[in-house]
Design a protein around this ligand. Structure first.
Ligand code: F1P
Length: 590
């Protein structure tokens, strides 16, 4: 028997940027294969990857406990000059908002005078659209934190960056360490510290690695970095990274809240909470075949230039907005290809900047009401609408809407958590997840205990289930559309420093060339010319600014790097064929 190859502990490529061996063939399978592969890949959140600590691991739980203890101290204080600030970029920033918002509501309901707040690189517009470049701005990160915490005497700062990479968060952690009396810094990510990003950060003398190392030695900070394994689509940290972020922070904060109001509750035991998430993971993927059916419908829509719309009621509808926003940078999807809508839009979300504009004259529509007035009339049989169904309260309203959509011939998918729902039969595909409602999450202190926290946890569990399902639908549909080859995003937008380097590595892999050659090909594709000598010395941020607005940078770059195409011929051939077909015909992909 051959010995299992050990992963070298000192390997330099971050685990979050590695290809996952489970998903190398994800692009050659059926929708069912995709759903099952994602199920295996998500299992690594709980089971772990290689011999690194997982989410369900003593080391992790110990670190989580420390954060929960700090959170409890802040929550207990009613002076109003303490706060818990959660921050991040992209999906991590969206989750920062979501958690701060939800836990503020919970605190209010528990009559705890907690102060939660959030920061997201690029501001509130980044909650719904991809704004990748601000992620590279360490200074802005620091300024945003200074501004937000100006009147606070003590701040528990939780900086999320799945890859241990975002300069925006690095600037904030560094600030925390320079203001020891005010801040308790926590870093949440999914790589070992030695793999934190070493690339220079523009206009700074520190790298993320420097900051993470300093935090390790700092004494007053906490690093929470279990390994959840490489993403199903290489580098797509919206998937496992996002799910693990939600699971870890919700568990920590739930414990902190429970320890104040229900000290004997099961919610004081992190292991028990984490096991409930694991249970929900299993229950969700029990619906593998209906998830596969939904993937097929969504893929059919995207392939015929139709759309996939998610609509939801209450806060869990935010999962739709979260999923939709990352399709643009990950797959170079158009903004309207996958969209999320939520009942009462901005009022439900209560985000800091309120209603947002997409352009100077066009509002960013996110409400169910916007969907009904602007999108519903235009629906066709090429579109798919996914209902994230609410509880029974609004059955009549939902039924009416379903009928209106059905009249258009549009495909309908439902995600349902109730045991029995009269709505199930109205959908072409219904993903039925039987929740933990009564089994896993017991209100163990008897009838006199308020059920607030258990209800809250059940919401959290439903949301993570929705996240897994929607991630599977949008990822699976884009895989079937040809946007992934051998586990790599073949059309990733080159919209920040991290993605610029990822693009180079994708080009190098497919064209089988070294990094320098791949870099030149990426630059040629960004500037759309065969000679790039004059741009070689520009800052990466300048390439990114240009790359963000260009289409098909990576496909064009891959073809040029094979040395068989010029810019013009690469663009010409991509007009009628896909990069996948071309690479196959060149024998570069099996
Ligand atoms: C932040 C992020 C991701 C997004 C994309 C670009 O990553 O915006 O959410 O999917 O990969 O980066 P991180 O800082 O959490 O690693």
């Amino acid at each position: 028997m051959s010995a299992k190859k050990k992963y070298p502990k000192d390997a330099t490529t971050p685990i979050t940027e590695l290809r996952n061996e489970l998903t190398i063939d994800i692009d050659v399978g059926t929708a069912t294969d995709i759903a099952r592969t994602l199920r295996q890949c998500d299992a690594q959140i709980f089971l772990g990857w290689k011999d690194f600590p997982s989410v369900l691991d003593e080391n992790t739980i110990e670190a989580m406990d420390k954060v929960a203890e700090k959170a409890k101290e802040i929550l207990r204080d009613s002076s109003g000059d303490k706060a818990i600030v959660i921050s991040g970029c992209g999906t991590s920033g969206r989750l920062a908002y979501f958690l701060a918002h939800k836990f503020s509501q919970l605190a209010e309901a528990q009559q705890i005078s907690a102060c939660y707040d959030y920061l997201i690189a690029g501001g509130d517009i980044a909650l719904f659209t991809s704004q990748e470049a601000p992620e590279d701005d360490w200074k802005r990160g620091e300024e945003d934190l200074i501004h937000l915490s100006r009147s606070k005497k003590q701040v528990l700062f939780i900086g999320i960056t799945c890859g241990l990479s975002a300069p925006y968060v690095a600037g904030q952690l560094d600030h925390c360490m320079r203001h020891r009396d005010t801040f308790i810094p926590v870093l949440l990510g999914f790589n070992p510290v030695h793999q934190a990003r070493k690339n220079p950060i523009e206009q700074w003398d520190k790298s993320f690695f420097d900051v993470a190392n300093a935090l390790e030695d700092y004494g007053k900070g906490i690093i929470l970095n279990p390994v959840v394994g490489p993403e199903a689509i290489t580098g797509s940290s919206r998937m496992k990274g996002g799910s693990a972020t939600k699971i870890l922070l919700e568990s920590i904060l739930l414990k902190a809240h429970a320890s104040i109001s229900q000290p004997r509750s099961v919610l004081n035991r992190l292991t028990e909470i984490l096991l409930m998430y694991e249970n929900m993971y299993r229950r969700t993927y029990l619906s593998c075949s209906s998830i596969a059916c939904a993937i097929e419908l969504a893929a059919k829509s995207l392939k015929s230039n139709g759309h996939v719309f998610y609509i939801g009621w209450g806060l869990k509808g935010f999962m739709g907005l979260l999923d939709a926003s990352e399709c643009v940078p990950t797959f170079s999807a158009n903004f309207d290809d996958v969209r999320g809508f939520i009942e009462e839009g901005y009022s439900t979300l209560n985000n800091r900047e309120g209603e947002l504009m997409l352009t100077e004259s066009k509002k960013l529509c996110i409400s169910l009401e916007d969907f009904q007035s602007n999108f519903l009339p235009e629906l066709t049989l090429h579109d798919t609408v996914v209902f994230i169904l609410p509880d029974n309260k609004v059955v009549q309203e939902v039924t009416q809407l379903i009928h209106l959509i059905k009249e258009k011939g549009t495909q309908l998918i439902g995600i349902i958590f109730q045991k029995e729902s009269e709505l199930s039969n109205l959908f072409k595909s219904c993903i039925h997840v039987e929740g933990n409602h009564s089994s896993g999450c017991i209100n163990e202190e008897g009838p006199s205990t308020p059920i607030l926290l258990t209800d809250f946890l059940n919401q959290c569990l439903q949301e993570i289930s929705i996240k897994w399902i929607l991630n599977a639908i949008s990822t699976g549909a884009h895989v079937l559309k040809g946007k992934v080859i051998r586990g790599l995003m073949i059309d990733v937008k080159v919209s920040n420093n991290k993605l610029f380097h990822r693009a180079i590595s994708i080009v190098s892999t497919f064209a089988r060339v070294d990094q320098k050659c791949a870099l030149h090909a990426v630059l040629k594709a960004i500037y759309r010319r065969d000679s790039i000598d004059d741009v070689l010395n520009l800052q990466i941020s300048e390439h990114v600014a240009r790359g963000t607005v260009m289409d098909q940078v990576v496909p064009v770059a891959v073809l040029i790097a094979t040395d068989k195409f010029s810019i013009a011929s690469a663009m010409e051939v991509l007009r009628t064929s896909t990069v996948s077909h071309i690479l196959k015909s060149l024998g570069l992909v099996e």
